[in-house]
Design a protein around this ligand. Structure first.
Ligand code: FAD
Length: 285
């Protein structure tokens, strides 16, 4: 099923993200985790893709397993900055052959050594190409706090509009910890005439990952969350419980305020995904 149709049903949706392994020996355990999350029957599941290109095969394989074995709608991430046009077309062919209908089209992070393939500079170019290529439902990334490389939030939003005009059907946000940031962003993007559904990306990972990723992306950490990290950061079990509670509260507030599409960065953790789903059981029914 296409994600734009799932999001168009006018009711809250809960979806989860998994990331493929970097090496073959970890494949089975990741596939098992993805299968456990799939059994929770989320609205869809996204499968990330290392921009360096090493994990493209696993992205397609895991998305395909979710689709065929668990009947869960899969969203395959496809970054382009390190890919040639030929490589991108190869991946699109593989996705098509596997029956995957949904792609999150990304530029990807520029590798540390700065080497990029010269075929694509921005996600909008990839989106335009996928739109012309076949009948995929296309998503793109968006940044309520502005993309880290962007000169200003206004310019970043101009480029988001370019992505929508190039043919994307929905956008998924970078994680955020303060809902007011999203409410403000939604107001501004609607004013700008961007009307596609916005899927809210919710963080629930381990504390080290969160802090590193917030430093890299410039994501604001509210003092309420920092206090949780200060108090429980050295106790993984307590931190996990507090992180799930924090995310649950954030999600309930989002849904209460009409933000129905919730995507949890569950990072291959079936127990976290299950707990979040359980916490929302009546809200999602
Ligand atoms: P773009 O939309 O191309 O934007 C990149 C930068 O260029 C921005 O600063 C933008 O303002 C600017 N820009 C855009 N268009 C123009 C233009 N025409 N002229 C000048 N400047 C322009 N990375 C991965 O490697 N794999 C993943 O699976 C992955 N999944 C992600 C999922 C989500 C929901 C999000 C939010 C991010 C994900 N990322 C992933 C990270 C993402 O690839 C990086 O944030 C990357 O730096 C930007 O990708 P983008 O698609 O947003 O790029």
């Amino acid at each position: 099923m296409k994600i734009k149709d799932i999001l168009g049903q006018g009711k809250p949706t809960l979806s989860f993200e998994v990331f493929p392994p970097k090496t073959e020996d970890k494949y089975e355990s990741v596939e098992r985790a993805a299968a456990e999350i799939a059994k929770l029957k989320p609205a869809f599941m996204s499968v990330t893709y290392g921009a360096g290109g090493g994990t493209s095969r696993y992205t397609v394989d895991i998305a395909s397993t979710l689709h065929h074995e668990y009947q869960v709608t899969a969203l395959a991430h496809v970054p382009c900055v390190s890919s040639t046009r030929e490589k991108v077309h190869e991946v699109l062919e593989e996705l098509k052959a596997a029956g995957i209908e949904n792609i999150l089209a990304l530029r990807g992070d520029v590798p540390k050594d700065g080497t990029v393939a010269s075929d694509y500079r921005f996600a909008s170019e990839l989106i335009r190409e996928i739109r012309a290529y076949g009948d995929f439902c296309i998503g793109a990334a968006c940044y309520p706090e502005g993309h880290v490389e962007s000169v200003s939030k206004t310019i970043d939003m101009d480029y988001l509009k370019q992505k929508v005009e190039a043919g994307c059907d929905f956008v998924t946000t970078q994680m955020f910890f303060d809902n007011n940031i999203l409410y403000n962003y939604l107001y501004r993007i609607r004013e700008k005439g961007i009307t596609v559904p916005v899927v809210a990306g919710m963080p629930v990972t381990n504390v080290k990952q969160i802090i590193r990723s917030c430093q890299l992306s410039g994501t604001y950490l509210p003092s309420r969350f920092k206090a949780i990290v200060d108090r429980f950061g050295d106790n993984p079990a307590a931190m996990k419980q507090a992180g799930i509670a924090y995310a649950t509260e954030q999600i309930i507030d989002l849904i209460a305020n009409g933000v129905d599409a919730i995507h949890v960065y569950s990072m291959n953790k079936p127990d976290v995904a299950a707990k979040i789903k359980e916490n929302l059981s009546e809200i999602l029914s």
